[in-house]
Design a protein around this ligand. Structure first.
Ligand code: ADP
Ligand code: MG
Length: 320
């Protein structure tokens, strides 16, 4: 039977990749890193609890992968680059097979973004994964929620709704989908891709940003609230995921606006910079979708296909 220290060494320390800025990582009472000059450090923590964010019977690989992605997504929303992570793991029991899958998912996801695992904590308790992610951005360039201005165009970085459909609809309708479609949906939920590929462009052109973890309306509402503005979305401009449109067109709006877990970014761009922003996107071979505009009137609204304006509640997932 492995003790706590063998476990840390075997599953976490041995496989952690290293980065130039890490002076020392796992093994001391604290890790030590050099912050490069002219850069600022961004720090975020997200906890995943069994039964709340994932089901305990999920493949441990997927649980770890998702824990990394939700944290990288917060760094991406600040237009920063992820660098180092620490992991606080609470496990009901020592289970080598589970830890093997978990550490594989963890290290593969971290490697995808060249993130070094620099420390953590391991305890016995209900299955809970807390990851703290550190990111870097050139000084003064990190994006916040509070920079949206009247007249800004609102963009999202990808199609929405698939993860919410995978949570609430897929389990009881698997047979209606092809194997490929099932896999696409379930990957949207379990292996989202955190949008760090947009960081450089957002640093240059965006005014405010957030990642869509609780649903578009709840998350856009945070931008509006922090910026002291409101927003009007255009219903026909919302990028609905193709499988949502194919199988759940009647619920598409509730998946897109109220369903979480998409991990795309929502951000605003000044109309003066929009043309250059779109050119930069095209040059980088990236696509984002314009979905509405920032207005001075507080709250969220949506223009329907018939040109009617309806108000939108800031719905979304809330723990309390
Ligand atoms: P301490 O008792 O001083 O808090 P620990 O015994 O908890 O130290 O941890 C020993 C070392 O292993 C520390 O460097 C810590 O950061 C690291 N560590 C502990 N658990 C994990 C984990 N799950 N993943 C990565 N590093 C870990
Ligand atoms: Mg400790």
């Amino acid at each position: 039977m492995m003790d706590e220290f063998c476990l840390i060494d075997h599953f976490f320390k041995k496989q952690a990749l290293s980065r130039d800025e890490v002076v020392y990582g796992i093994g001391d009472d604290a890790a030590c890193v050099n912050v490069p000059s002219n850069q600022q450090l961004l720090i975020t923590t997200d906890t995943l609890v069994a039964g709340v964010h994932f089901l305990a019977d999920w493949d441990p690989y997927d649980i770890a992968y998702k824990a990394v992605m939700v944290n990288v997504s917060d760094i991406a929303a600040m237009a920063a680059k992820p660098c180092w992570a620490s992991l606080a793991l609470s496990l009901p029991k020592m289970d080598s097979a589970w830890l093997k899958g978990f550490s594989q998912g963890l290290h593969e996801a971290l490697q995808k973004y060249a993130i070094a695992l620099i420390g953590g904590d391991t305890t016995r308790g209900p299955l809970t994964i807390t990851l703290t992610m550190h990111g870097l951005a050139p000084s003064g360039k990190a994006l916040r929620r509070n920079g949206a201005k009247l007249g800004d165009k609102i963009f999202v970085s990808g199609e929405l709704g698939a993860a919410a459909m995978a949570v609430s609809w897929l389990p009881s309708h698997e047979k209606e989908l092809s194997k490929d479609e099932q896999q696409t949906l379930s990957r949207k939920l379990k292996h989202p891709f955190a949008r760090v590929d947009l960081s450089d462009i957002l640093q240059q052109y965006a005014q405010a940003a957030i990642d869509i973890s609780d649903g578009l309306s709840a998350d856009l509402y945070h931008i509006c609230d922090a910026s002291g503005v409101g927003a009007c979305l255009s219903l026909t401009a919302l990028p609905i995921h193709s499988l949502v449109a194919k199988y759940q067109s009647e619920n598409a709006l509730s998946f897109v606006l109220g369903g979480g877990d998409d991990y795309e970014l929502c951000f605003t761009v000044s109309p003066k910079r929009e043309k250059d922003f779109l050119l930069a996107l095209a040059k980088a071979n990236l696509t984002c979708y314009p979905i509405g505009e920032i207005e001075s009137k507080k709250g969220l609204r949506m223009m329907t296909g018939q040109g009617r304006i309806v108000s939108l509640p800031p719905q979304g997932y809330r723990h309390f």
